[in-house]
Design a protein around this ligand. Structure first.
Ligand SMILES: Cc1cc2nc3c(=O)[nH]c(=O)nc-3n(C[C@H](O)[C@H](O)[C@H](O)COP(=O)(O)OP(=O)(O)OC[C@H]3O[C@@H](n4cnc5c(N)ncnc54)[C@H](O)[C@@H]3O)c2cc1C
Length: 431
């Protein structure tokens, strides 16, 4: 009976999975495979929050596939070919991805497949619109968001695939043990998996989406979807989510998903995005003390410290807070965006080469912002997006006793009260 391998990477789901659906249609038997990539697990990017989320997601995928998921460990291309040989498979199907690592992986696998006489077929599945599908006149990718969004909204999206409910699996192959989680995941981190992701999506579409446009920037309201880690690991299809949100008139939310696609198409065209300035390099200061205070949420600027502590506690941070802490690090402290992006990747469950580097460069003025000199004033933003100070008090217990918006400027408090707070003065002038 003809058989094929489906190589999963960060598309850990059975709903709307073009590669899996095509394999189920094409082959009598399918071998679903995931490889713990040594390039990732032996390097600095195997952050505990993401490893835990990944392991949850693999367990969930395995149970959706009736225990058929084969897990191996090593170099992905070599392991995929090895599994194909063991299964006597004539082809490997996988989703294309954008990062430098993903592009290199696909190129190597293609070479090995050619040598081994195995067919490699790649499919969309990571973004709503594939990165190469949209091109501006005279360029290979969009550098500015608004025209991208216009084109993205007009192009025909592929239809959502039906979930693959059963495959004729190949049994008898031995899985590798999962890698150890080195380090402690965040105490209040989200758990992974397609089932958990779909449940959150359902709740979000029913109860959260309608108020998104009005409330997504309200820090204390916590009124965003928190679907980002599920999108990062592909437990949810970005396309399915965008289609369903668009059907309900959630255009502002759909626009955010377009930002995700935008950064993915930039990274696809410029795979050095996590390392090199996209345009306009800047001068940075080397300041380990300031960087350390920022990482620990001890800058003395409450809104910045609240964001950084949310990141440590939850492995996630509200988008408005991400903007403020990143602007503070790069514009006030003049510390290189790469140091901030690296710390985010150490903690974010949704930590993503394209979205993280794209947004960091946008804020730092080296990226795609059409106003590269934009600087966020953290105090003005704090009063605007956390007017009652509830977000700050939630994450900075030293300031719990300070009422209302006064919490954003503790240095202005009456001296007697100020002295009772064990909270530092700002490490930099905010004038
Ligand atoms: C400095 C900085 C670093 C960031 N790093 C990451 C990262 O590593 N991974 C990541 O997924 N997002 C990153 N973002 C984007 C954004 O902050 C998160 O996607 C969002 O906060 C996730 O929460 P949510 O799912 O509740 O978002 P929602 O507001 O509910 O939005 C829905 C989805 O749209 C996408 N999205 C929203 N805003 C953006 C954006 N600005 N850029 C790209 N996609 C977006 C995400 O997939 C998100 O899950 C970063 C933003 C900044 C400013």
């Amino acid at each position: 009976m003809a058989s094929g391998v489906v190589l999963f990477t960060r598309d850990l789901r059975v709903h709307d999975h073009p590669a899996l659906a095509a394999a189920a249609r094409t082959f009598g038997q399918v071998l679903p495979l995931f490889v713990y990539d040594r390039e990732i697990f032996d390097g600095p990017y195997a952050a505990p929050n993401r490893v835990r989320f990944l392991l949850d997601s693999l367990d969930d995928l395995d149970s959706s596939l009736d225990g058929a998921l084969l897990r191996r460990s090593g170099a992905v291309p070599a392991e995929a070919i090895r599994a194909a040989r063991e299964a006597n498979a004539s082809a490997i199907f996988m989703s294309s991805d954008v990062s430098a690592l993903a592009q290199r992986r696909e190129r190597r696998l293609r070479r090995l497949c050619e040598e081994a006489g195995v067919q490699l077929r790649t499919f969309p599945g990571v973004t709503v619109v594939p990165p190469e599908a949209l091109r501006p006149a005279g360029g290979d990718h969009f550098r500015v968001f608004t025209p991208y969004y216009r084109a993205w909204r007009q192009v025909l999206w592929r239809p959502v695939e039906k979930p693959v409910e059963r495959i004729e699996a190949i049994s008898g192959l031995r899985s590798a043990a999962p890698p150890e989680i080195t380090g402690e995941p965040s105490p209040e981190g989200q758990r992974g998996g397609e089932a958990a992701g779909r449940q959150r999506m359902k709740g979000w579409l029913e109860k959260g989406l309608a108020a998104y446009a009005a409330r997504h920037d309200d820090l204390a309201a916590d009124a965003t979807s928190r679907l980002s880690p599920y999108l990062h690991f592909g437990c949810l299809s970005a396309l399915e989510l965008a289609v369903r949100a668009a059907e309900q008139g959630g255009e502002e939310f759909v626009r955010q998903l377009s930002w995700r696609d935008f950064h993915h198409q930039v990274t696809h065209a410029f795979p050095a995005m996590s390392r090199d300035d996209y345009r306009r390099p800047r001068q940075w200061r080397h300041d380990e003390v300031a960087l350390d205070a920022w990482k620990r949420g001890l800058t003395g600027v409450p809104i910045v410290d609240a964001g950084m502590r949310q990141l440590a506690r939850e492995g996630w941070m509200h988008n408005r807070a991400r903007l403020l802490v990143a602007s503070f690090l790069t514009r006030r402290l003049a510390v290189d965006w790469r140091a901030g992006a690296r710390h985010f990747l150490d903690l974010l469950a949704d930590g993503d080469v394209a979205n993280n580097s794209g947004n960091w460069q946008w804020v730092a003025g080296t990226g795609n912002d059409t106003r590269p000199n934009r600087v966020f004033n953290p105090i003005r933003q704090a009063h605007r997006f956390d007017p009652e100070g509830d977000y700050v008090r939630r994450y900075v217990p030293e300031l719990e006793s300070v009422e209302g918006g006064a919490v954003h400027e503790p240095w202005k408090l009456e001296p007697l009260l100020r002295r009772t707070l064990t909270y530092p003065d700002p490490i930099v002038s905010l004038a």
